[in-house]
Design a protein around this ligand. Structure first.
Ligand SMILES: Cc1cc2nc3c(=O)[nH]c(=O)nc-3n(C[C@H](O)[C@H](O)[C@H](O)COP(=O)(O)OP(=O)(O)OC[C@H]3O[C@@H](n4cnc5c(N)ncnc54)[C@H](O)[C@@H]3O)c2cc1C
Length: 469
């Protein structure tokens, strides 16, 4: 029993938190996070000099205001506006900023009432009764936020439940904003600062409504049909043909797929594995979770698919005379497949697999090598040949990566260690693609939890029908 619980809870590394990393060198991708930081940081200014019973209340009021600014940003970023993607370095990074803005907002929300928020001689934003009632609502909202953030971070909550709980964040944000607007502050709501914060709060609420009530319910994207599919082990390859005009994209980008099939209408992101020059789209999907498993057993032929995208700024290849090195683990090879045969310099592909002979991705890469599209370096863990920073140095030597363009996609720990090694060995560009938009802590347990929920529902149904005369 104890052993089962231990294996259910996963390993220590499942619970480690990976902190966000800005691109090493200044780039356009810094602008988005910088703007978020600045809009939150300037919230300090209107509270300078504010005093309360126990002296300064500046820090407490700043924490409350910055918490609201960050939460508003979190909603705006969840809208998946393609125009702002470059300011963050791709949609996966937009989502990272969304997540960390939300977490930081909760931390500041926790600090705000605990530092001394009672200002003296400020201006009330509404009548005393309204302000008191709004404060009560904000306290309820605060508890909701802690619960929702906890659920959000736990990776074992199946995605489709997580998605529903995630939509509720707008309610505590509304409560907190109403409290902020009505509460006593050093400035009036009609002043410049009043307008600054009100605009941000309204933008956050509008973004939340647009995301939850409009965007999630209105079908978006181009219409395609499944024209072929093949399941090999747990790897599903799907080809889609456009019903009208297809989608333009660059190698390395991804799209959200929604299938017009029962239980498969939830949008899931997948890298486009076909060449940008081909009309049809191909996807290579590892079916390990609840949604992808259901996909692998569904009647896919001719099914209609809505393809939303393209998104992402992942660049598999650099410009000549740069050396191209692609590093991938498992299905992390998917975004590179769209660049096969389309690169100026033949890339060196380092691919990590468990067993090469039974891996259909290896067969695909071996064929690409025979056609002269890549130089393949296989790392087969079952044969004791693991991909590692040392192996990278042995392969290219201490100077072999100077000025190179290195692109990586695969398991988080592998990508981080290999990216650091590539930088150490002198690579001038290191691009990574993250397959986990939600992220979080703890092991992935959606299949087990879904089975358990199914069993509970079934036994409830049985006891109901046994109780019916
Ligand atoms: C940019 C990007 C590109 C990707 N490309 C590929 C690819 O080419 N091939 C491939 O096999 N996988 C790819 N993935 C991963 C793929 O999206 C998930 O494995 C899949 O959605 C898991 O669904 P599931 O319900 O079966 O699994 P689960 O076990 O329920 O989920 C596993 C994890 O996948 C994430 N996830 C689940 N559902 C969604 C969703 N609707 N939207 C966003 N994230 C979700 C969550 O982090 C979850 O914890 C990509 C992910 C991203 C972000």
């Amino acid at each position: 029993m104890f052993q089962q619980l231990r294996s259910f809870l996963g390993t220590r590394s499942d619970w480690s938190i990976s902190l966000p990393q800005l691109p090493r060198h200044p780039s356009v991708g810094w602008l988005g996070p910088l703007v978020i930081f600045l809009t939150a940081a300037v919230s300090y200014l209107p509270f300078i000099g504010a005093t309360g019973d126990d002296g300064s209340v500046t820090l407490s009021l700043f924490a409350g205001a910055a918490s609201i600014v960050l939460m508003a940003w979190s909603f705006v970023l969840a809208l998946r506006v393609r125009l702002i993607e470059p300011l963050f370095g791709g949609l996966d990074r937009v989502y990272k900023s969304h997540r960390w803005a939300g977490v930081l907002s909760a931390v500041l929300m926790f600090l705000h009432p605990r530092i001394n928020p009672e200002i003296e001689g400020g201006i009330l934003g509404a009548s005393k009764n309204t302000a008191d009632a709004a404060e009560g609502l904000a306290e309820t909202g605060e508890l909701m936020i802690y619960g929702l953030i906890g659920l959000s971070l736990l990776r074992m909550i199946p995605y489709r439940w997580w998605r529903w709980t995630h939509k509720l964040f707008g309610i505590p944000f509304g409560f907190a904003s109403w409290h902020f607007y009505t509460a006593e502050k050093p400035y009036a709501n009609g002043s410049g600062w009043g307008w600054y914060f009100s605009t941000i709060m309204v933008a956050g609420l509008v973004a939340w409504v647009a995301r939850v009530f409009v965007r999630d319910n209105v079908g978006r994207g181009a219409r395609y049909r499944v024209v072929s599919h093949e399941l090999s082990g747990d790897l599903l390859t799907i080809e889609l043909a456009p019903e009208k005009t297809g989608m333009d994209f660059s190698a390395g980008q991804f799209a959200f797929l929604r299938f017009d099939l029962p239980g498969l209408g939830e949008p899931h992101p997948f890298s486009i594995a076909s060449s940008p020059s081909s009309k049809n789209l191909q996807f290579t999907i590892r079916c390990l979770g609840d949604w992808t498993k259901a996909l692998s057993t569904a009647e896919l032929m001719n099914a209609r698919v809505q393809v939303e995208g393209p998104y992402g700024a992942f660049k598999p290849s650099g410009k000549l005379p740069q050396r191209n090195v692609w590093i991938a683990g498992g299905v992390g090879i998917a975004p590179f497949l769209s660049a096969l045969g389309g690169t100026e310099a033949t890339p060196d592909v380092l691919f990590a697999t468990r067993t090469a002979d039974t891996d259909p991705l290896v067969a695909h890469l071996r064929q690409a090598e025979q056609e002269g599209q890549i130089n393949l370096h296989l790392f087969e863990s079952s044969a004791g040949n693991r991909m590692s920073p040392d192996a990278l140095e042995q392969l290219f030597g201490p100077d072999g990566l100077i000025g190179a363009h290195v692109a990586l996609c695969g398991p988080d720990a592998l990508v981080r260690s290999m990216a650091n090694a590539a930088r150490r060995l002198g690579a001038s560009e290191v691009h990574t693609e993250d397959f986990d938009i939600r992220s979080g802590i703890g092991p992935e347990r959606s299949v087990e939890i879904n089975e358990l929920a199914g069993q509970l529902a079934e036994s409830a149904r049985r006891s109901r029908s046994a109780a019916t005369p």
